[in-house]
Every structure is written in structure tokens, then in C-alpha cells.
Design a protein. Structure first.
Length: 534
């Protein structure tokens, strides 16, 4: 082939510049994406695993907790969806202890600490009273929120201004709103306890004037309940406590004999809650006493005219004559009135109720357990004498009274063995926050290793291989035919040893050059012809 001349031919390695523009752009984007992914993964592996510290916080508590965590140099972040505060997994307990020492979270209320702030000059008495009432409401809300089933609470107090006129005085009232945890409810005893606690904290506040509602707007304290219903509830609770007391006594005396799981007892108490008042007056006739005595004494003086023959003897008045010459007579009368009182006793008896009318006791005993020679458990029924002895113990334990109709029934039967309780699952190894941190770092290293040796290295190797396979350009008197001046491979027949290249390779190279740059090939051929012709 006369068209290929190897005297002045140079074969440069074109590499990246030899690719099309689209492929160059794709390669650059791929390299940039690989570097960005690797950097993001490394940064992600260095970030700690965050766990929830507190949720459902008020804005004030969230701000105070954030400032405290920043001061303690504890990394944290806020969940944008729920507003919960998250901290590093290994710093949860440290953060909670640090916040607890500062009294955080406060539960969304302001208590008596607001009175510690400087109120400034010129504060009116009305503002002082309003601040005190607000502080009192906050303290009550905190106390109610400390209950296990209550997540948060708010208290509103309506305290009227006191007046000197007793008839014009109005009683204070209070309303409580409780925010309960999901699936939790307050029983009657807890509602009553909240009402009594609030009423005892406010002077002159009665329990009936405290209203409690939940977060769904349901009224928990019924104001329409009559006094009879409240008394019935109290009586029911008293009966239940009395029955539980007898059950504990029975099980306590029988547990050492048949085992704690070998006895079941139930007690039904018939209680008389009737309140009786009786007044009795008795007299003792053997012990009379003078109650009153009245004495009346009368004296009467009578007169008699002198008569007879006038003379010296007849004219002399007797010794008991009066001044007018009449003889006087004296009469006296004594009257006495005595009132006797018998010994009288007046007794007033009031029975408060709660007397036991009758007790019904039912006791079930399990068989006796023993172990044989093989280590197997043998269950043996109780004998009649043992049942009678246990019955006597039960009667003594409850204070059996046959006159009031008490009954005790003790039987022996075989209990069904309860199913074995599955042990609680141990904490999963995957829940360890240190494991997650280590796993993240290992995963990040694996991804970076894959990007380096699985993506970048094959791409660069393929690019280098394509660069070596690129067609060479022809150099004419030191000038490149294709515009590239780097990585040139010179084919020279005179200077030094030319690279070993066969005729077929040169022919393919010439064809490729003719296809890519026909103008320069034509120029080269013209130069060759001109040189040979000269």
C-alpha cells in the first residue's frame, strides 16, 4: 500500500477527548455522582443514631430543653412531623438526668416559680392576685398530670371576691380537664381523689363544686347523682373491702398447709347498713326521791264577849282576853305538799349501720402434691379428717357465728395446672444503639469500596483501553493531523527502532484516518506524491 508511509506518522492516544460529547458528559456526571454518594454515605455513617427523648411537649418546654441540650453539648434534633426531641442513642439517659436536675419538662404549666420573678414596681393588687391564681392552677395541673394514666391536665379556678356580708358570699368553683393516654380511663375512685385534692387545695371549695372532664369532652363527675347513690357506692366499697379482708385471712391461714396456689376462697357478706336511733326512759321505783315540797301554815285568832252579873269578879278579864274585853281563841293549820320523783334513766342509742348479718364462705382446696422415687409429681386427695380440720380453721378465722346464720363450705378437688408462662423475650441484639452505629460505618465502607472498585475502576480501565485502541493521527513535518499533541506514538523508519507494527495494522490505521479526517489524508497523500515526484 503506497498511501501509508511510516516515516513521519505519529499515533497519539486520544483517551477522554476521543469520546463523543454525550459520552464525555455522562462520564463526568457518573464520576460526580459517585463521589457525592460516597461522601454522603461516609457522613451518614458518622452521624449517631437518634432516639426519642420527649414527645408531646409544649412550646415553652421544647425551647427550654433545646437550650439545655445545647449548653450540655448533647447533639439533638427535632422531628419535623411530631415535634419530638431526639438525641443520640448513647446520650438518652444522660440527657434525661441533666434535664431532671433542672426541673424539665415542666408539663406545660407555670407554677409557683413565676412568683420568684421580679414583678417590678407599680404592680397592682389585682395583678398580684391574678398571678397567684395562675400559679395555683399550674401547681394543681402538675399534680394531676403526675398520675400514671394522665398525660396532661389543666385546672381553671373561679374564686369570687370575698365580701364582708355573709349573705352575699359566693362559693368558689373549679373545673379540671385531663388528657389521658390512649386506651386509659379513670375509675370512680381516681376521679373522686382528683376532686377531693382540688377541693382541699382551695379554701371554702366543696367537692360537689369540682367538675372533671376528659380530652373528649366527657363529663367524669356526675352532678346529678343523688346522695342515696353516693351512699350506695360507699356501702358497696365497704362490703368489698370486708370480703377481701376475710379472703386474705382464710388464704393466709391455709397457705402454709396446702400451698399458696392450692387454695381458693370467696366470701359473701350480708351487711345491715340500716341506721337506727332509739331513745329509752326507765324508772326505778325502789329509789324514790323528793322532787318538790310545799308547806302552808295558817293561824286564826277568835274573840268571846264578857257576860254575867256586873261585879268585881265579872268585870275582871281572863288572862287571854283582848283589849276590848272579849276572850280570844287561837287556831293554826299546817298543810304540806310533797312531790316524789322516781329514779329515771333516759338513754339515746344510735346505731351507725354496717353490722354483719350473715357470712357465707366457700373454700376450694387442691390435692396434696408429693414426689415419688422417679421424681414425678403425685397428686393425692385430702382425707375427710383433713377437710374437717381445715373447716374448723376457716370458722375460727372468720369468727363463725351460727346464731346469725353463717355458713362455711369446704371441698377438695383437683386443680387444673396452669399453662406455662412463656419467658419474656430478651432484648434484641439489633436494639443496641452501638450496633447500629458500627453497622452504619461498615455499610458505608462497603458502599465506598464498591464505588471505587466496582464502578470507578472499571470505567477508568475501559476508558484507558478505548484510548489505546483509538486510531493514530498522522504527523506531517511535526504538525499533528488531528489536532492532538499529547501521548503521540511516532512511526519512523530512520530515527531509532520503530514500534513493531505489521502491515495490516498500518492499513487499518490509514483507513480509520481517512474516514475521520479525509481532508488531511488527502493533503498527506498530495505531499507524498509531490515528494516522490520531485
Amino acid at each position: 500500500m503506497a498511501l501509508v508511509k511510516t516515516d513521519d506518522v505519529v499515533l497519539p492516544s486520544r483517551g477522554f477527548n476521543g469520546l463523543s460529547l454525550l459520552r464525555q458528559l455522562g462520564l463526568m456526571v457518573g464520576l460526580a455522582a459517585s463521589v457525592a454518594i460516597g461522601f454522603s454515605i461516609v457522613q451518614w455513617s458518622q452521624d449517631p443514631s437518634y432516639r426519642m427523648l420527649y414527645s408531646n411537649l409544649s412550646e415553652q418546654d421544647a425551647a427550654d430543653i433545646s437550650n439545655s441540650l445545647q449548653s450540655a453539648a448533647i447533639p439533638y434534633k427535632v422531628d419535623p412531623n411530631t415535634g419530638a426531641i431526639l438525641v443520640a442513642g448513647n446520650s438518652v439517659h444522660e440527657a434525661r438526668l441533666n434535664l431532671a436536675s433542672q426541673g424539665l419538662p415542666r408539663g406545660g404549666g407555670v407554677g409557683f416559680e413565676m412568683l420568684d420573678k421580679d414583678q417590678g414596681f407599680g404592680v397592682s393588687q389585682f395583678m398580684e392576685g391574678a398571678r397567684y391564681q395562675r400559679a395555683l392552677e399550674g401547681e394543681l395541673a402538675r399534680t394531676i398530670a403526675s398520675l400514671n394514666r394522665v398525660r396532661g391536665a389543666r385546672v381553671h379556678l373561679a374564686i369570687p371576691k370575698q365580701t364582708a356580708f355573709a349573705r352575699a358570699r359566693r362559693k368558689p368553683k373549679a373545673s379540671v380537664t385531663v388528657d389521658l393516654f390512649a386506651g386509659r380511663v379513670l375509675d370512680e375512685g381516681q376521679i373522686t381523689a382528683i376532686s377531693h385534692m382540688v377541693a382541699a387545695s382551695i379554701p371554702s371549695l366543696e367537692v360537689s363544686d369540682v367538675t372533671v372532664i376528659d380530652q373528649k369532652g366527657r363529663l367524669l363527675t356526675s352532678s346529678d347523682s343523688s346522695a342515696d347513690m353516693r351512699v350506695s357506692s360507699t356501702q358497696f366499697n365497704h362490703r368489698k373491702r370486708l370480703e377481701d379482708y376475710y379472703i386474705k385471712r382464710i388464704e393466709g391461714i391455709l397457705s402454709p398447709i396446702v400451698g399458696a396456689e392450692g387454695v381458693r376462697a370467696q366470701v359473701s357478706a350480708d351487711i345491715d347498713f340500716t341506721v337506727t336511733e332509739q331513745t329509752q326512759e326507765t324508772f326505778n321505783p325502789d329509789l324514790p326521791a323528793i322532787r318538790s315540797e310545799q308547806t302552808l301554815e295558817e293561824r286564826r285568832n277568835g274573840s268571846q264577849t264578857l257576860s254575867g252579873v256586873p261585879g268585881s269578879l265579872s268585870n275582871q278579864p281572863p288572862a287571854n282576853t283582848t283589849a276590848d274585853g272579849s276572850r280570844g281563841t287561837v287556831s293554826s293549820t299546817i298543810r304540806a305538799t310533797r312531790n316524789y320523783e322516781l329514779d329515771r334513766t333516759i338513754s339515746h342509742v344510735r346505731s351507725g349501720g354496717g353490722n354483719i348479718k350473715r357470712l357465707s364462705v366457700a373454700v376450694v382446696l387442691d390435692d396434696k402434691h408429693s414426689i415419688d422415687e422417679n421424681g414425678d409429681v403425685i397428686r393425692v386427695p385430702l382425707t375427710d379428717d383433713e377437710v374437717k380440720s381445715i373447716t374448723s380453721l376457716v370458722k375460727e378465722a372468720i369468727g363463725f357465728n351460727g346464731q346469725r346464720g353463717d355458713s362455711v363450705n369446704v371441698i377438695n378437688t383437683r386443680f387444673k395446672l396452669p399453662a406455662e408462662v412463656e419467658p419474656l423475650p430478651e432484648p434484641s441484639f439489633m436494639d443496641n444503639p452501638e450496633l447500629w452505629d458500627t453497622g452504619k460505618q461498615v455499610l458505608a465502607g462497603a458502599v465506598v469500596f464498591f464505588l471505587l472498585f466496582g464502578v470507578l475502576r472499571p470505567v477508568l480501565r475501559e476508558l484507558a483501553a478505548k484510548g489505546e485502541a483509538m486510531p493514530a493521527q498522522v504527523m506531517i513535518q511535526g504538525q499533528p493531523a488531528g489536532g492532538m499533541q499529547n501521548d503521540q506514538l511516532t512511526l519512523s523508519a530512520d530515527g531509532g527502532k520503530p514500534q513493531q507494527q505489521n502491515h495490516e495494522s498500518n492499513l487499518n490505521t490509514a483507513r480509520t484516518l481517512a474516514t475521520q479526517d479525509p481532508k488531511r489524508v488527502a493533503q498527506v497523500v498530495n505531499n507524498w506524491v509531490a515528494t516522490d515526484g520531485g
